[in-house]
Design a protein around this ligand. Structure first.
Ligand code: F2R
Ligand code: MG
Ligand code: MG
Length: 311
């Protein structure tokens, strides 16, 4: 059992890690390669870390969960839509914006979520925001279930849902991991296996194991696992960055961004896992003090920790 002050710090870290990864990665989003010198320069800058849709939606979900510890899909869809309408220029995906505009216009989320693309979105937008469910779940499977419920309101495609389930379960495992022992990557991956009942996702987990065994660098990992805007092509890299470098927070963020591609989102997802394991107090202060929403994140973390679990 984790002491309550530590749990609070770790939930705070989960939210702050998301925002730090998002803000650090945002200037490089879409670049196939991120030069180490450019990343170093940006990481030492004192400029504010402005966040994007990844953090906005994560905080909306965290706030939603803080009320009763459960997901009301109609209310959540509306919460996301209101946040999008308030700040539409936070770099939302085109499909996500279309779904949220429809919801705001009175279309039910069920109808809106399947109306984009063919069979709904397989983007990583549901995975990038899902980590707060870890704070109100009692097991990785329960986290994955809540993750799927939260994802469904915008991402109806099976890969959008699987991505959210995997990241939710990973966040739960990170949040409850034993800090007195080194992270056991093989055991961590074993526990992720049942949350994604899909051959192609299981292949990704196998690739993560093989990359860990040969101590792959970020460039190789991105080439094998993907680094794009899809859930299937980004969640595995985020989990890999955590398992490969997660014991040193700063290195994990750099690794996640160093793979290029959807850098804000991959670093936001890795950041959620790193922050959940080590807590806000262990994240680099030079980065947490640059966060645009530092105060809001602190307040939401306190409310989320007070939410009922498993009701
Ligand atoms: N949108 C971006 N980045 C683009 C540039 C932003 C720029 N810096 C700016 O400031 O304007 N980033 C954000 O979007 C990603 C999350 O996307 P989400 O929420 O999943 O959106 P969407 O639209 O549902 O999916 C993303 C794209 O994937 C393709 N796609 C998805 N499902 C598809 C399907 N079934 N068939 C075909 N294509 C599909 C589409 O191109 C979608 O637009 C994060 O990176 C976040 O940071
Ligand atoms: Mg973004
Ligand atoms: Mg992104």
């Amino acid at each position: 059992m984790i002491p309550s002050s530590t749990f609070h710090d770790r939930v705070h870290g989960l939210l702050a890690g998301t925002a730090v990864g998002d803000g650090l990665g945002a200037p490089f989003e879409g670049r196939p390669v991120v030069p180490a010198t450019a990343l170093t320069q940006w990481s030492f800058s004192t400029q504010r870390l402005d966040h994007t849709d990844d953090t906005v939606m994560t905080l909306v979900l965290a706030e939603h969960l803080s009320h009763q510890g459960v997901i009301n899909q109609a209310v959540l869809a509306s919460d996301f839509a209101v946040a999008w309408h308030h700040e539409p220029l936070r770099g939302y995906g085109a499909g996500a914006a279309q779904v949220l505009a429809s919801v705001l216009g009175g279309v039910s989320w069920r109808e809106a979520a399947v109306s984009v693309f063919s069979g709904g979105s397989w983007g990583n937008g549901a995975a990038m925001r899902v980590a707060p469910v870890a704070a109100v779940s009692r097991s990785p499977l329960e986290a994955a279930h809540l993750g799927r419920l939260s994802a469904e309101v915008t991402h109806a495609h099976e890969h959008g849902l699987h991505g959210a389930a995997l990241q939710a379960a990973a966040a739960h495992l990170a949040l409850h991991s034993d800090l007195s022992a080194p992270l056991d990557a093989a055991a961590f991956l074993d526990r992720l296996h049942p949350v994604v009942p899909s051959r192609i996702w299981h292949e990704k987990l196998l690739e993560i194991r093989a990359l860990l065994a040969r101590q792959a660098d970020a460039e190789e990992a991105a080439a094998v696992l993907g680094n794009d805007i899809s859930a299937l092509g980004s969640v595995p890299l985020a989990v890999f960055a955590f398992l490969a470098r997660g014991e040193t927070p700063e290195a994990a963020f750099r690794f996640a961004i160093g793979g290029g591609g959807d850098t804000d989102t991959i670093a936001a997802m890795t950041g959620a896992l790193v922050g959940a394991r080590h807590g806000h107090s262990e994240l680099p202060v030079s980065w947490t003090t640059r966060m645009e929403a530092a105060e809001q994140i602190k307040e939401i973390a306190t409310r989320l920790v007070a939410a009922p679990v498993g009701t």
